[in-house]
Design a protein around this ligand. Structure first.
Ligand code: ASP
Length: 267
């Protein structure tokens, strides 16, 4: 999970690591989490600006500290102590994301001028393509162990100190060998408010709900409070679902036959 996420963090194409979206103040503040379904150990970092691969810091929190979630300067100090690769904040910048922020700022001004509503600040800018770029991975090993991880720059134009669902265990990330591994993407606030990842695990645990249905139920709850996004879900038998209520979701799978499949649209 960690290595798959590293590839996407290092690629400028995704909203994680290099290529992360910008905050309202023009910064890149990154969140990440990882969870081990066998031990239910978890680690996460939030609001970090100098850790090249936030998922590695999340893994270090899980394996080298007694804590689950560390934020901002403290998380960065810890990452440095653990010998992780640190970078200048400017490393994460791409022109594409910078332009997205400029568009969001323009849209926000128009929205605020018109009706003063701030909820719409969470919607992607108008010319954004409504496919979120947060990265996540879920995996099952040969011994039946599940794991999940998520890494993100959050939402374009987010305010200082804002933390999304990705580093919140049970919201954007969750793994339990007895049920499922889940990683989510979307409007984080609504995923936090409906505990999306644990919602799916709980349906499987208590009601034995099929994965696709459980994911759909959880996404419906997100939609009911005006959120949108998607989830990747995998169980101990290798069943999986990749569900979303957006136009598309970049996604891929690989099984023990080594055959890789990638898709964007239709579910
Ligand atoms: N869920 C992320 C957040 O709210 C954003 C995303 O998935 O693109 O921080």
């Amino acid at each position: 999970v960690q290595r798959a996420i590293n590839v996407m963090e290092d690629s400028p194409l995704f909203n994680a690591g290099k290529g992360a979206v910008f905050t309202h103040d023009g910064k890149n503040e990154l969140d990440a989490a990882i969870m081990d379904g066998k031990t239910k150990m978890a680690g996460a970092v939030a609001g970090v600006t100098t850790i090249k691969n936030p998922i590695n810091a999340a893994y270090a929190v899980m394996t080298k500290s007694p804590h689950v979630l560390m934020i901002s300067n403290g998380a960065e100090l810890f990452a440095k102590e653990q010998g992780l690769v640190m970078v200048e904040p400017s490393y994460f910048k791409t022109d594409f994301r910078w332009q997205q922020l400029q568009n969001a700022l323009k849209d926000e001004k128009i929205t605020l001028d018109h009706n003063g509503k701030s909820a719409s600040l969470l919607l992607p800018p108008k010319n954004y393509d409504y496919k979120y770029g947060t990265v996540g991975a879920v995996a099952l090993d040969k011994d039946g162990n599940l794991a999940a991880g998520t890494s993100t720059g959050g939402m374009t134009n987010k305010r200082y100190g804002r933390v999304g669902d990705s580093p919140i265990i049970g919201a954007g990330t969750y793994a339990d060998n007895n049920t499922v591994a889940v990683s989510a993407t979307g409007t984080g606030e609504m995923f936090i408010r409906t505990s999306t990842a644990y919602n799916i695990a709980a349906q499987v645990k208590y009601k034995n709900t099929p994965l696709k249905e459980a994911a759909q139920n959880a996404l419906d709850e997100v939609k009911n409070i005006n959120g949108s996004g998607g989830v990747i879900v995998l169980d101990k038998n290798g069943n999986y679902t990749m569900s979303f209520n957006t136009e598309g979701m970049y996604r891929g799978t690989i099984g023990n036959d080594g055959k890789a499949i990638v898709s964007i649209y239709e579910q």
